[in-house]
Structure formats: C-alpha cells, structure tokens
Design a protein around this ligand. Structure first.
Ligand SMILES: C[S@@+](CC[C@H](N)C(=O)[O-])C[C@H]1O[C@@H](n2cnc3c(N)ncnc32)[C@H](O)[C@@H]1O
Length: 208
C-alpha cells in the first residue's frame, strides 16, 4: 500500500498562467506546493517510489478546479529544485485548461478537472487517513498517526473552515507535529521520516 498524501492548494492560478519568476506572488504560493511535491518524492540522488501525492487546486466556479496526481512508481522528470517542479506542474495545468477529462501530462503525472470538496471527502473517508494540523493530537501520542499511511495537508493558507468541517464530520484524526506552524513541505518531510522510522523499527519491536 503506497503512502498517499493530499494537499489542498487555494490560490494557484489553475490555468497555469503565472510566471516561474513569481511563484510566491502571482503563482499563489506555487513555490511551496512545488517544494512539497519535490519533498514527497526526492531523496538525495534518488526518488521515493512508495508514495503518491494529489494536489487539489481549488478554484471558483468549481469546474475550473484541477487535480494533479503524481504516482511515485512512474513519475519522471522530477528534480529536487522547486523551479523545475513548478514548471512541471504549471505545464500540466496549462495543458489541462481546455480539457474536460484527465490527461497524463508527463510520465506518472495525471491532471484533470475535479470537484475539490468531493475529492477531499472521498480521500478523507478512507480508513487510515489523518489530517495534519497544529491543533491536533501530538504525533507521538497518536496511535492512528503511527499506523496511518495517508494524510491531508493544507497549503500556506491552511484549510478553509468548510474543509476543516468536512474532515471533522468524517471523524478524521487530527494530528500535530508540534505547536509551531510549519511549512507544508516540512510537515510532509517530517511525516515521511516518522513513517520510515516506524517501518524500520516495527519488525524489531518486542511483544508488549
Ligand atoms: C503553513 S501551514 C498553514 C498555516 C498555518 N496554520 C499558520 O498559522 O501559519 C500549512 C499546512 O501545514 C500543516 N501544518 C503546519 N504546521 C503544522 C503542525 N505544527 N502540525 C501539523 N500540521 C501542520 C497543516 O496541514 C497546514 O494546513
């Protein structure tokens, strides 16, 4: 079972019409979205093949919204720098702008229209999903977090009240990585580390 991450991005122009020279401004914090994608999959001189990441690019009205899904087993052309990752995502968004169906914009990267609320609900409803938020239960105290391999994260603008409400109604365990508000990419990195540790130590754990 791959690790699965869902990031909700609220201000990236879904047409892909922004400059790679202004990712944090006109790009609606695409710099951090790209950093998160790169962090999810890149190791030093290697790619993680055990992960999948979906970015929901929220836009109104909803038909404009886009979903990019990246499959670690197949992804190519993913480099550690945020600019080239942002270019990969921007090109996918631009290619999808006039299409009403999914398309594989580059190997392992599928883009298409989506209903963000529905996708968030469907992802979060799968058992074993957690939601990362500063206000959650500390990771080290959460059995659900240690057992999980699926997580929802917000972008620099956090989840909206209606998105948080949806997760609360579904009873998704909320998990904190400390009191400090961290960047999305930092949270994803910390979670990958915790789950790596979990998997490397699990077989050696003595019986209770
Ligand atoms: C930059 S934060 C969102 C803004 C943040 N609430 C603030 O006050 O600046 C981006 C996302 O990272 C995750 N996050 C940030 N800090 C966290 C923490 N300490 N524990 C768990 N998740 C965190 C959440 O999913 C959040 O939506």
């Amino acid at each position: 079972m791959p690790r699965q991450f869902l990031v909700v991005a609220h201000r990236v122009p879904v047409s892909g019409a922004f400059s790679l020279n202004d990712l944090a401004g006109a790009g609606g914090r695409m710099d951090e979205v790209a950093r998160t994608v790169s962090t999810a999959f890149t190791l030093s001189n290697d790619l993680r093949r055990d992960s999948e990441l979906t970015v929901l690019f929220v836009a109104e009205p909803a038909p404009r919204a886009r979903r990019i899904r990246i499959d670690g087993t197949r992804v190519r052309y993913l480099n550690p720098d945020e600019r080239s990752t942002a270019a990969l995502l921007k090109n996918a968004l631009a290619r999808s702008a006039s299409l009403d169906r999914d398309v594989e914009a580059s190997p392992g990267l599928v883009v298409g229209p989506c209903d963000p609320a529905r996708e968030l609900g469907a992802f979060a409803a799968v058992p074993g999903t957690i939601w990362l938020t500063e206000r959650g239960v500390p990771y080290r105290e959460s059995a659900a977090a240690r057992a999980a391999r699926r997580a929802v994260l917000g972008d620099p603008f956090d989840l909206r009240p209606e998105e948080r409400g949806l997760l609360e109604r579904l009873g998704v365990p909320s998990v904190s990585l400390g009191r400090a508000a961290r960047r999305t990419s930092q949270c994803l990195d910390a979670l990958q580390y915790e789950w790596d540790v979990e998997e490397s130590t699990a077989p050696h754990r003595p019986d209770p």
